[in-house]
Design a protein around this ligand. Structure first.
Ligand code: OGA
Ligand code: NI
Length: 332
């Protein structure tokens, strides 16, 4: 509990244990503001704009593995209410947060800090993290936080909407790839996990990171990043910032979608930098295969070269965790 950055960091200098080696720290690098990821308007995606939107999604997923969506159908009110609840959660006094904090990996809903690897990692990441499954809702909701009092109601509503949005986008992706309708439905997109990340103001953002460079191991991620900058993606050997846009979600391709598409789509590498002025809170919904799903490239996309062998998703996760998201190791 005393490890949570949000509990100890106010008015303290940056501890040695948060200083990254020169090759991975952000330094004073200013990311180019002229470059950013595509913004895709989902208005009429099921109607007259469909073909155009499918092409935009495909292109963004090939070039960046990332895009933002607007006019996605999730209400502004629900987006704002959920961000309020997430912020309130991290502003709660320590006696409320201690109930959620746990170092037991078997606990389905828990608050932790940095990563699953806190005791073994060389450098800690500047973030606290609440994580829990969202599906099946009636089984997992009873383990969710009871405070803030509106947490369960608001987050249940947002998780249902985020899943629906994810499935809509996956349907557009499958059309773009020429796969049959519903290809990513059922088991490949059965699981849903929420990470609420909280990055308190940091005394020296040039020396540390909120999250180190990684790809998400799941199928597709839907991120509500609020209105504070911090997310950066690594593209063509440079870091580019993901501009916060009002009422937008950031969408990124996970490792499983890269594999199933036989590398036609790319799982974009990304990281989070901190800032010294304001706390940043984000909510990432990870749509993932059920653990016993068999993952393999779609037959029609294999062509001459089969890039990946079939495997069970749970084995991928074990491998991912043991390498802590180092993409070259996992996909190699
Ligand atoms: C993640 C992630 C980005 C952010 O949780 O995997 O990349 O901006 N989060 O919090
Ligand atoms: Ni991520």
């Amino acid at each position: 509990m005393e490890k949570l950055v949000s509990s100890w960091s106010k008015n303290k200098p940056l501890p040695e244990s948060y200083i990254f080696p020169p090759e991975t720290r952000p330094g004073n690098l200013i990311v180019p503001t002229c470059k950013t990821i595509p913004v895709i308007d989902l208005c009429n995606a099921e109607g007259r704009n469909r073909t155009d939107i499918v092409q935009q999604i495909l292109k963004a997923s090939q070039e960046y593995g990332f895009f933002q969506v607007v006019n996605h159908g999730i209400s502004e009110n629900l987006m704002n209410e959920s961000m309020d609840v997430f912020n309130e959660l991290f502003e709660m006094p320590d006696e409320d947060k201690v109930i959620l904090y746990s170092e037991d990996p078997k606990k389905s809903c828990r608050l932790l800090t940095s990563s699953l690897n806190y005791d073994r990692e060389k450098v800690h990441q500047w973030r606290d993290n609440l994580r829990h499954p969202c599906h099946p809702l009636q089984d997992c909701i009873k383990h969710w936080p009871q405070k803030p009092i509106r947490y369960r109601e608001v987050v249940a509503a947002l998780s249902i909407e985020a899943k629906k949005l994810g499935l809509r986008i996956l349907e557009l992706v499958s059309e773009g790839l020429g796969l049959e309708s519903g290809y990513f439905g059922d088991k490949l997109s059965e699981a849903l996990h929420l990470f609420v990340n909280h990055y308190p103001p940091c005394p020296d953002p040039s020396l540390t990171l909120g999250i180190t460079k990684h790809c998400d191991p799941n199928l597709l991620t839907i991120l509500h990043q609020g209105d504070v900058r911090g997310l950066q993606i690594f593209n063509n050997e440079e870091w580019i910032g993901v501009e916060p846009l009002p009422n937008a979600f950031v969408v990124n391709i996970g490792n499983q979608l890269q594999i199933i598409s036989n590398n036609k789509l790319k799982s974009g590498e990304h990281r989070v930098v901190t800032n010294s002025r304001v706390a940043r809170t984000t909510a990432a919904f990870f749509i993932a295969p059920s653990e016993d799903s068999i993952i393999e490239p779609a037959i029609s996309l294999v062509g001459e070269a089969l890039v990946y062998r079939a495997f069970e998703y749970k084995d991928f996760l074990l491998d991912y965790l043991s390498h802590m998201g180092n993409n070259e190791v996992v996909l190699g």
